[in-house]
Design a protein around this ligand. Structure first.
Ligand SMILES: Cc1cc2nc3c(=O)[nH]c(=O)nc-3n(C[C@H](O)[C@H](O)[C@H](O)COP(=O)(O)OP(=O)(O)OC[C@H]3O[C@@H](n4cnc5c(N)ncnc54)[C@H](O)[C@@H]3O)c2cc1C
Length: 455
């Protein structure tokens, strides 16, 4: 049987796989990316709507929605330089933060002060690792901190897609340190959507080097040689051979039961990897995007409902979707609903229609507009349940108490032949972001080139 042979097989065409491929290709290696989906980008996925958006930077474009990554968090130089090389523009996010509790708009400054005190104490904590929940119970349990504590919980869970009861304080400290190093309080959005970067990468790599609808089922290896068996869209098996392989599958796939869609059987088996993967956690997060015909939330309305002129971010005490944001400074009538961590878990089985409906109800509760009024303004909606997605099985990873070394264990190469990348293998404190995944891809590519040179 004919078996395509190359230097390096890369499993997964997310940003980690594409980044690794770019590095390898630029150093003259032959590589092939095997991707289970019918598109590249993985958890970066922009959808374009038929509805026109307003003129943006002098260009008339259709409205778009992000299903996965939306923000460029901070100024990580490798990611920024890719955008630069691709000639893609980033828009710095702006607009005020608003807080709504029990239907009242709060003084954001007062609220932030208390939560900043708690977060500063958490980041300065010295002692054995513990969960964020234990930390808060030990140090900020009194009624005095109740409101600020709720903000901190919402922030930690919402941003990290983590559960307060098991997320590691040591890991949160590492993340904060890393965030400070790249100025993460500044946030940007790729103009016209994150997938533009993916399109550019695919074009650079050459579409012949990426094979879609090839779900890797089995990987047999010995030092210096790998055979990968895939199942294509027609259910046929194909075999691929290389000197080395970079595995970039998401943590949710590592944790999937044997035989499940996406799960890979390794021969010989990789017990150290299974253990590292089981020690980590795949977080849940849901987002629903609404494109409206009007900025109705900026006016008070007939019943003197809440008005939020110039809204940027909104945090509330809603139990289903507590976070909302606009596209400010872009002047488009779009609202995005977000929930992450424990609060997102009850939605893990929801289908897309149900997510849209629940977000609509949350918006109605939060800003006091009737469901009918909200519905009458909708032009388009978009959502994707990553927890139900067979090739993601969750949103992004986080580190629970006592497992701060698990990403390093998951990332360690085996016998100069198997290499590992993807956001869950981040060891720098950037876990769960696009830049983390990109950097792990670059790291794996340089490990491969070192290994192949030695032989
Ligand atoms: C809702 C949501 C919002 C987010 N928001 C942000 C944000 O604003 N900013 C930010 O920086 N990050 C954000 N992230 C995180 C970011 O999207 C991810 O960290 C990053 O895209 C992960 O890239 P990756 O290459 O590691 O994994 P993936 O993108 O998941 O790529 C892995 C690839 O492997 C493929 N695959 C899986 N199994 C197999 C198999 N058996 N055979 C072949 N292929 C397989 C998958 O289909 C996928 O294409 C968000 C994520 C989600 C879900």
């Amino acid at each position: 049987m004919f078996m395509p042979t190359t230097d390096v097989l890369i499993i997964g065409a997310g940003i980690a796989g594409l980044g690794a491929a770019l590095k390898l290709q630029r150093q003259g290696y032959r590589m092939t990316i095997l991707e289970a989906r019918n598109r590249a980008g993985g958890r970066i996925a922009t959808v374009e709507h038929q509805q026109p958006s307003s003129h943006i930077n002098g260009t008339k474009s259709n409205a778009w929605s992000e299903l996965g990554a939306e923000f460029v968090h901070g100024m990580e130089p490798h990611l920024l330089s890719l955008f630069n090389e691709a000639g893609l523009l980033l828009n710095e996010e702006s607009g005020p933060f608003s807080f709504i509790r029990s239907g009242q708009v709060l003084d954001a400054h007062e609220d932030v002060k208390g939560s900043a005190t708690i977060l500063a104490a958490l980041y300065a904590y010295v002692g054995p690792d513990c969960s964020a929940q234990d930390f808060l119970q030990r140090h900020f349990a009194s009624k005095h901190w109740q409101q600020a504590r709720a903000q901190v919980v919402s922030y930690i869970e919402g941003f990290n897609a983590a559960r307060l009861e098991d997320v590691s304080v040591h890991w949160l400290q590492q993340c904060q340190h890393a965030a400070d190093s790249i100025n993460e309080e500044r946030q940007f959005r790729p103009l016209f959507g994150y997938s533009r970067l993916i399109d550019w990468l695919v074009q650079q790599l050459g579409s012949e080097n990426i094979v879609y609808e090839q779900e890797v089922r089995r990987l047999s290896w010995s030092p210096g040689s790998v055979t990968v068996q895939t199942r294509n869209a027609q259910g046929e098996r194909e075999n691929w051979q290389a000197r080395a392989t970079i595995v970039t599958i998401p943590l949710g796939i590592w944790q999937a039961p044997a035989g499940a869609r996406g799960a890979i059987a390794y021969e010989p088996d990789l017990p150290s990897k299974w253990k590292a993967a089981q020690d980590l956690r795949m977080g849940a997060a849901m987002r629903v995007v609404f494109h409206f015909d009007d900025f109705f939330w900026e006016q008070e309305g007939e019943q003197q409902q809440i008005a939020l002129p110039g809204l940027g971010f909104l945090r509330s005490d809603d139990p289903t979707f507590p976070v909302w944001w606009t596209q400010a400074p872009l002047r488009v009538p779009t609202l995005t609903a977000w929930v992450g961590g424990t609060q997102a878990l009850p939605l893990a089985e929801a289908d897309e229609a149900s997510l849209v409906e629940q977000a609509l109800q949350a918006l109605s509760r939060t800003i006091g507009r009737s469901i009918e009024t909200l519905r009458s303004h909708i032009l388009a909606t978009a959502t994707h349940n990553w927890s139900r997605d067979p090739y993601a099985r969750g949103a992004y990873s986080y580190v629970p108490v006592g497992a701060v070394d698990a990403p390093t264990r998951l990332a360690e190469p085996l016998e100069n032949t198997l290499f590992f990348a993807g956001e869950a293998t981040d060891t720098l404190g950037f876990t769960g972001t696009v830049h983390s995944a990109l950097l792990t891809g670059y790291r794996a590519a340089s490990e491969v080139t070192t290994a192949l040179q030695i032989e």
